[in-house]
Design a protein around this ligand. Structure first.
Ligand SMILES: [Zn+2]
Length: 145
């Protein structure tokens, strides 16, 4: 079993290693040490974010149209992308894993080169919004309107 800390460091109910790995993969938590993960957010905001993103992307992987099983960071975490609806898109696990840390335009070109039909307009609109959010923060919409 793995120890689980919430965002404030309080101890929550332990979970299995598989579940812990899943939470880390979804960007919801990070490893503190080999046997402890810490959640980035309260369970409430995490659920709200997931619902927002699922609704916006019609519950489908933006790349292949399969039912979405993961929240993919538009700007990868390794490049400073945050776990926030403006930086998340619905993806199936296969596409999420295939993309890894590729930038959106790069992975889009990769998908199109293999003849896959992707939601190009939707993806590029999300990408532009994520970039704006990354550099201008929460109120980017209002300020640019
Ligand atoms: Zn997919």
């Amino acid at each position: 079993m793995v120890r689980v800390l919430d965002g404030s460091g309080a101890l929550l109910t332990p979970c299995t290693k598989e579940r812990a790995q899943e939470e880390v993969r979804y960007g919801n938590a990070f490893w503190v040490n080999e046997r402890t993960i810490r959640l980035r957010f309260s369970a409430m905001s995490k659920k709200k974010y997931r619902e927002t993103v699922l609704r916006r992307d019609s519950g489908r992987c933006v790349w292949c149209g399969a039912p979405a099983t993961t929240m993919d960071h538009i700007i990868p975490e390794s490049k400073g992308g945050r776990f926030h609806p403006k930086n998340l898109m619905c993806a199936c696990l296969a596409c999420n894993q295939e993309r890894k840390n590729m930038d959106i335009p790069e992975f889009l070109a990769h998908c199109e080169a293999t003849g896959q039909t992707v939601r190009r307009k939707h993806i590029l609109a999300l990408y532009r919004e994520a970039v704006r959010f990354q550099y201008h923060g929460e109120n980017s919409n209002e300020r640019n309107r």
